[in-house]
Design a protein around this ligand. Structure first.
Ligand SMILES: *Cc1c(COP(=O)(O)O)cnc(C)c1O
Length: 357
């Protein structure tokens, strides 16, 4: 039976990435060695790191004056690294979910946090609007895609202060005007690579303005100065990330991905809205994530939740259980997810509806 991988992260990767990484595990770049056992200072791996950084810049159209870093620690380490490097007196945060809250919690240690708006009153099922970003904040932090709740900020906002974004789960899913951001970070395990590598895009001129001691590994400048080679980078995940970047380029780049993502998400949201048994948790079209599509049982059908889960599992759907804080279902539809898997899920929902009318 065909397996359809809807896991939220780690999650589906292109076959190209998996195949090339598997090959390199056995023989990396004709060295006769595994990519797991070569020095990160070898010329073969240095070439991988260089190409990954260059393709990252090319695909995202990153302007001059920005650095691309591949570091360890996950997006969760960035929650502290951002304030270590940017927080002087006060920072502003938008609270759109569990990941935003974790970022806020880490920053609170440094001083005053202005949470300009929150959607917690409705279990984070919308993106707050109409708030003002304080001009005296050192930076404004947003989570562009809320992996758990299925909401997404699908536009690049203007901010009077440096804009910092956690793009863990929507990087490379849509074109981004990088010039609007001072810093973008994310764990790679949603849309790029296996877990273990964290990407950072940082505008160089926002750094170097702190009086405090910044621990060496938590200082962005350390990694900029050494081209992400200050210490041993996550070699295998960086290799895999490069494969995904090559795959992205071969498949038309981000514009093409975005088109397909809109098509895929449109198909699934249409079915959820049409189906008499399910409803989408995010009502506002403009707030609906293209990457994580959340739905629950409609009123009166709650008792069928487990039955649908079992039915979908038997049909080969993997990873569709919603996050425990939301319940219901979540289909993560990252770049590598084929249209056929979306159609298979839709058919499963339609068959389940017919069987339970
Ligand atoms: C998964 C996720 C994180 C956490 O990433 P780690 O790499 O596990 O620390 C943070 N933010 C968002 C939006 C995520 O989806």
């Amino acid at each position: 039976m065909k397996i359809h991988n809807f896991y939220a992260g780690p999650s589906i990767l292109p076959q190209y990435t998996i195949k090339n990484t598997a090959d390199a595990i056995l023989d990396f770049a004709g060295t006769g060695l595994s990519v797991m056992e070569v020095s990160h200072r070898s010329k073969e791996f240095v070439a991988v790191m260089d190409e990954a950084q260059a393709l990252f810049k090319e695909l995202l159209n990153i302007p001059d004056g920005y650095s691309v870093l591949f570091v360890g620690g996950g997006a969760s380490t960035q929650f502290a690294m951002v304030p270590f490097n940017l927080f002087k007196k006060k920072a502003a945060y938008l609270n759109t979910g569990a990941w935003s809250k974790k970022a806020i919690k880490e920053a609170q240690y440094f001083g005053e946090i202005d949470v300009v708006a929150s959607s917690e009153n409705k279990l984070f099922n919308y993106i707050p609007k109409g708030y003002t970003i304080p001009e005296d904040a050192d930076y404004f932090h947003i989570t562009t895609n809320n992996t758990i709740y299925g909401t997404e900020i699908k536009y690049d906002m203007d901010s009077p202060v440096p804009l910092v974004a956690d793009m863990s789960s929507d990087i490379f899913s849509r074109p981004v005007d990088i010039s609007k951001y001072a810093l973008i970070y994310g764990g790679a395990q949603k849309n790029l690579a296996p877990s273990g590598v964290t990407f950072v895009i940082v505008r160089d001129d926002i750094l170097g303005k702190m009086d405090r001691y910044i621990p060496t590994m938590l200082n962005y400048q350390t990694h900029i100065d050494k081209g992400s080679m200050f210490n041993t980078p996550p070699v295998v995940p960086v290799f895999a990330a490069l494969q995904t970047l090559q795959w992205l380029k071969q498949n038309g780049g981000i514009e093409a991905m975005h088109k397909t993502n809109e098509y895929k998400a449109g198909l699934l949201y249409n079915e959820i809205d049409r189906n008499s048994i399910f409803r989408a948790t995010v009502v506002e079209q403009s707030d609906r994530s293209l990457m994580n599509i959340c739905f629950v049982m409609k009123e009166g059908y709650e008792g069928l939740e487990k039955a649908f889960f079992d039915y979908a599992t038997a049909e080969g759907m993997v990873g569709i259980k919603g996050h425990r804080s939301v319940g219901g279902f979540r289909a993560s539809t990252y770049n590598a997810m084929p249209v056929d898997s979306i159609k298979a899920l839709i058919k499963t929902m339609q068959d389940f509806e017919s069987n339970n009318k």
